[in-house]
Design a protein around this ligand. Structure first.
Ligand SMILES: [Zn+2]
Ligand SMILES: [Zn+2]
Length: 358
């Protein structure tokens, strides 16, 4: 099918947006500033969700940075996991064909549990999902083992609202390593706890499925992230135990982890900022490839309520393709998309000049 037809089909299923182009022409400097503050809320299309919108007024308190407190348990476990994954890399060429397919499908599904689930549905509420889809996503999310949805969404809303301050759990001003994985190996900065505690998480607390996952998280993770991906190749097509464990379980898990972390590290450090040059997040195509569509990160931080997390829909964005397929089946609905006019107006107002139309 030609690309423009696919694009048309995809757009025809999208809920009409209510965003209008902001009237920002001919303003003076003082007015520009005021306008900028108010526009952040005027552009939003989710009346019920606001705690992922960047708070310009919040800044780090003066004073020395508290000493790093290492969490040795996490350092050792993360080290062992990566050693196991490296051994898995050596075993990849000698895997059975079905094991490759199994590991790849498991990578895609657990990736969706993060991108379509924890991120676009539960952290940002960019679309709505019916129970069968939410069930699928909570299982997929458990396969990905990146903390339960409640905790993931809380950290992520803090990341958007207090970006690049000490209240951002993976503050990219603390360097590539810290924003990639280091933040999971040390105690949280006091500001993360303090400001994280002020976030409105009532929608998550009210969702029984999210709370159910939280209650049984440890045993569910053990089963879905490690035991199941190891046992299936071993029992079903006679793969060796080592290949099943090191490739389908540990290597696959480590790849999904690092692909997600690259959104926090690389996509906050490398790439252009066509939508808003005043924020650190950037457009990074390579990250999008690994993280099934989450690398259009300058766009995403500028318009966190857009279900595609990108100006475009299916361009290097498997997650949007998946959500659109779910919408065709009637399982996803009320997808929020920012209008082209609003995007272009924003590019003109705050972009870095790197935007290429077409
Ligand atoms: Zn986000
Ligand atoms: Zn970010």
């Amino acid at each position: 099918m030609p690309a423009h037809m696919l694009q048309e089909i995809s757009s025809s299923y999208v809920t009409t947006t209510t965003i209008k182009a902001p009237p920002n022409e001919g303003l003076h400097d003082g007015e520009q500033k005021l306008e900028k503050m108010s526009l952040y809320s005027a552009e939003d299309i989710r009346p019920e969700m606001k705690d992922d919108i960047y708070d310009h007024s919040y800044q780090d308190a003066e004073g020395p940075t508290p000493k790093l407190e290492y969490v040795w348990r996490n350092i050792i476990l993360m080290g062992l996991l990566h050693l196991g994954a490296l051994y898995g890399v050596i075993l990849v060429p000698t895997c059975k064909f079905y094991t490759w397919i199994w590991a790849y499908v498991y990578y895609l599904i657990s990736g969706l549990g993060i991108t379509a689930g924890a991120h676009r549905l539960w952290s940002h509420r960019t679309y709505k999902a019916r129970l069968p889809l939410r069930l699928f996503l909570i299982i997929a999310n458990t396969m990905a083992f990146q903390n339960d949805v409640y905790e993931w969404a809380r950290d992520h809303r803090a990341h958007h609202k207090f970006s690049e301050t000490h209240a951002d759990p993976h503050n990219s001003r603390r360097g590539f390593f810290f924003s990639h994985v280091g933040w999971l190996l040390v105690r949280k900065h006091p500001a993360v706890k303090e400001k994280g505690g002020t976030l409105d998480l009532s929608d998550l607390k009210a969702e029984k499925l999210v709370m159910f996952q939280r209650r049984y998280y440890k045993s569910a993770v053990l089963l879905m992230c490690f035991i199941l991906p190891t046992l299936v190749p071993w029992f079903c097509w006679g793969e060796t135990f080592a290949h099943s464990l090191y490739v389908a379980s540990l290597l696959r898990y480590t790849i999904v982890l690092n692909a997600t972390w690259l959104v926090n590290s690389a996509a906050h450090l490398y790439g252009y900022r066509p939508y808003d040059k005043n924020i650190n997040s950037r457009e990074n195509v390579l990250v999008s490839l690994g993280a099934v569509g989450e690398g259009f990160h300058n766009y995403h931080h500028t318009f966190p309520y857009d279900y595609s997390a990108s100006e475009y829909r299916w361009h290097i964005n498997f997650t949007t393709f998946f959500i659109d397929c779910m919408a065709v089946l009637g399982l996803a609905y009320d997808r929020k998309k920012v209008s082209k006019a609003a995007v272009l107006a924003r590019i003109k107002r705050t972009g870095d000049g790197s935007y290429k139309s077409g």
